[in-house]
Design a protein around this ligand. Structure first.
Ligand code: FMN
Length: 395
């Protein structure tokens, strides 16, 4: 067998501090501190933080991530230490037994991730988290709660000149577009009793996600034009759909095809659609009954084809999702619909339901849209009363 170190691994000396009754009873601080070394490796599946000892740390520093070397002399000198590193996947072997970790390591290499971005991306993913319950438990649900618990935030504006030195600008009268912008507010009260008409659903997808034109460089190299800007012009972000309540479309999971302008049905989630929507949204029940939701899912491989191991590429993909979200908000507002975006999502549950490999493509945010309900049960931010005061009555 030949071995080599995995492509990307970061070492962190971490301190865990916990309550220690014995220390308290002995008249000390009541805190027990433990320092340990963690190896963080984005190609690993499941737990990506692995505690290692000093011998493992040293050996990781001696093995090349590039060149394969015969295992035998290393086994002779570091037998049990090397065995532990091979088991954990921090070192890979070219034999059948180590195929699992090796394939993940090769997938990471092939995807051209900038290593810090790969690690941040893997560490930020949630599974089965109920963020709404967590917010309630920590009493951080309202702005007043947050102020009480955390003290005041940094000021809401910054001043870089004395008031007397400022050059005042005129307030121009509002036009149609300003009135549209003013009607945009994050919707947290959808109306589950009223289905979304098919035409409005189609119009939303066509505006936000459809290719408006194609530019063919070669038969295998095509660039799309859409209504939203995209880093490198790559339009790497896919729309996977959770359809809950749209006339003429069976509730379920879909992928949207942007050049055919078509829905591709996908297998239904094992836990049922309502529960999956809530799970995907990390327990944010105020969003879960939106009529249609789009999981914004960058195809990292398409972006990193151009931006190989590039320090800005992941950032550009995050910005792409923000731009798509704003196009979706404004498109919905113009059609008289409510919209939302959230990045508090359970990525791992979503990847499993849609069959996504997080090193190749993975969700960054969910945007949804639909009819606003009659009553505001969960608060919305509408200080100018442009939304709720002027809302037409639901038929
Ligand atoms: C990137 C991003 C993430 C957001 N995540 C959440 C979220 O997890 N839950 C939520 O209720 N609202 C979320 N929002 C909505 C914001 O809370 C909302 O935009 C803000 O309170 C201002 O209100 P407005 O959109 O009505 O102007 C998010 C907005 C953005 C841009």
């Amino acid at each position: 067998m030949r071995i080599r170190r995995c492509a990307v691994v970061y070492l962190e000396p971490r301190e865990d501090a916990g309550f220690a009754l014995a220390s308290l009873l002995a008249g000390q601080a009541g805190i027990q501190r433990r320092l340990r070394w963690l190896a963080l490796a984005p190609h690993l599946q499941g737990e990506i933080e692995i505690e290692i000892d000093a011998d493992e740390r040293e050996l990781l520093g001696q093995l090349s991530p590039g060149a394969w070397v015969e295992a035998e002399p290393w086994q002779a000198q570091h037998g049990p230490v090397l065995a532990r590193l091979l088991d954990s996947g921090l070192v890979t072997g070219d034999d059948e037994r180590h195929a699992g970790h090796r394939e993940r390591d090769e997938a990471l290499r092939a995807a051209h991730w900038w290593p810090p971005a790969a690690l941040a991306h893997r560490l930020a993913r949630w599974q089965g988290l109920d963020s709404a319950a967590a917010m309630d438990a920590s009493e951080l649900s309202t702005a007043a709660d947050i102020r009480r618990q955390l003290g005041p935030p940094p000021a809401h504006t910054v001043e870089r000149a004395q008031p007397s030195q400022r050059l005042p600008l005129p307030r121009l009268p509002d036009g149609e577009f300003e009135r549209l912008l003013a009607r945009r507010a994050t919707c947290r009260n959808f109306d589950p009793a009223r289905a979304l008409p098919y035409d409005l659903f189609v119009r939303m997808l066509q505006r936000v996600f459809a290719a408006q034109a194609q530019v063919r460089i070669q038969d295998d190299t095509i660039f799309l034009k859409k209504h939203t800007p995209s880093g490198g012009g790559l339009h790497a972000t896919e729309a996977y759909l959770i359809v809950r309540n749209v006339e003429g479309v069976a509730p379920g999971l879909y992928h949207y095809h942007p050049t055919d302008h078509a829905l591709e049905p996908m297998a239904p989630p094992a836990m049922g659609l309502a529960q999956f929507a809530s799970r995907a949204l990390a327990g944010q029940h105020w969003f879960a009954d939106a009529h249609a939701m789009t999981v914004l899912t960058p195809r990292y491989a398409r972006s990193f084809w151009k931006y190989r191991r590039h320090a800005k590429a992941y950032r550009a993909l995050v910005l792409d999702s923000g731009h798509l979200s704003q196009t979706l908000y404004l498109s919905a507002t113009e059609l008289g619909l409510g919209a939302f975006v959230t990045s508090a999502i359970n990525e791992i549950d979503i990847e499993q339901a849609f069959g996504l490999d997080p090193l190749v493509e993975g969700p960054l945010a969910i945007c949804g849209f639909g009819w606003r309900g009659e009553h505001m049960r969960t608060s919305e931010f509408d200080p100018t009363e442009e939304v709720w005061n002027k809302k037409p009555k639901n038929p």
